[in-house]
Design a protein around this ligand. Structure first.
Ligand code: ADP
Ligand code: MG
Length: 260
């Protein structure tokens, strides 16, 4: 870990919900070290929807895992409301590309997972699970097993599970990368509804520029590896957004230009 320096001190004073401050990550692989990301800084405000966009291999998952507390940075730090991230916590709910559902658990048992680690009564747990399934429109599938669900439904279970413990921040790493385009569009609208309803802060990683323009308040555009911030794009379009709108297309072209 890097020692505390001036910029760490300023991030610690920041009231931003998430402050990513001078993050670098070097993987020591033995034969050859890999500098995955270098000097990444940005802040996310309470209730904001921020997308992190960059080409494949630029270090998006590395950044996601560092914010999640699953990986230590080799430089800089991540601060949540001023506190340095030292590991995973229930203040951050995670959704991964590969669902990560437990195949031997039903939908409701999957959603209940995080709550089981907490000191909540069974009655409270059942109420909470029912609320979450209602939120993602899966109440009728409470007793189904993951193998009986489509990819889109599995990812809705993933979102319900992440939100069950009521985290402040929802972290998503290419969550819709494995579903077809039509389902993905539906999931975008559903996610925006969930976001509006729950007022969570969302950090959403994707390599899909249109997805980012569809969803984000702001887009953190990363350059090719080692990833660093090329520009932070303010999207500021009214929702719902239409891909064929002139302003939408202009934003998408701007982000694409930054990536090439
Ligand atoms: P992205 O998610 O943008 O595709 P990643 O964060 O997965 O990028 O990877 C960034 C770079 O770091 C890549 O060159 C990748 O090979 C390397 N990398 C990722 N994880 C590890 C690891 N555990 N050990 C060594 N190198 C890694
Ligand atoms: Mg990745």
């Amino acid at each position: 870990m890097a020692s505390v320096n001036d910029s760490d001190a300023s991030a610690e004073e920041s009231t931003a919900t998430v402050a990513v401050d001078g993050i670098g990550k070097r993987y020591e692989t033995g034969r050859q070290d890999v500098q995955a990301i270098a000097d990444v800084s940005f802040a996310v405000e309470d209730g904001e929807f921020v997308c992190i966009v960059g080409p494949s291999g630029c270090g998006k998952t590395t950044l996601f895992r560092i914010i999640a507390g699953l990986e230590d940075p080799t430089a800089g730090g991540v601060f949540l409301g001023g506190d340095r991230v030292e590991g995973p916590g229930t203040d951050r709910g995670m959704v991964f590309q590969e669902y990560g559902l437990f195949p031997w658990r039903t939908v409701s048992e999957n959603v209940a997972f995080g709550l089981e680690q907490q000191d909540v009564s069974e009655a409270e747990r059942e109420t909470r699970v029912a609320e979450m399934l209602d939120l993602v429109g899966l109440s009728e599938f409470a007793d189904a097993y993951p193998k009986e669900l489509s990819g889109g439904m599995k990812q809705r279970v993933g979102i319900a599970r992440a939100l069950a413990v009521d985290p402040e921040i929802l972290l998503m790493d290419e969550p819709f990368g494995s579903v077809d385009a039509q389902t993905r569009n539906m999931l975008h609208d559903e996610l925006l509804d969930v976001w509006a309803e729950t007022e969570k802060t969302v950090l959403f990683v994707t390599h899909d520029v249109e997805e980012a323009v569809k969803l984000a308040d702001r887009i953190v555009v990363l350059s090719e590896g080692p990833g660093s911030v090329r520009e932070i794009v303010d999207v500021g379009l009214d929702r719902p957004r239409t891909r064929t709108d002139e302003a939408f297309v202009e934003h998408a072209e701007h982000v694409l230009d930054l990536l090439h």
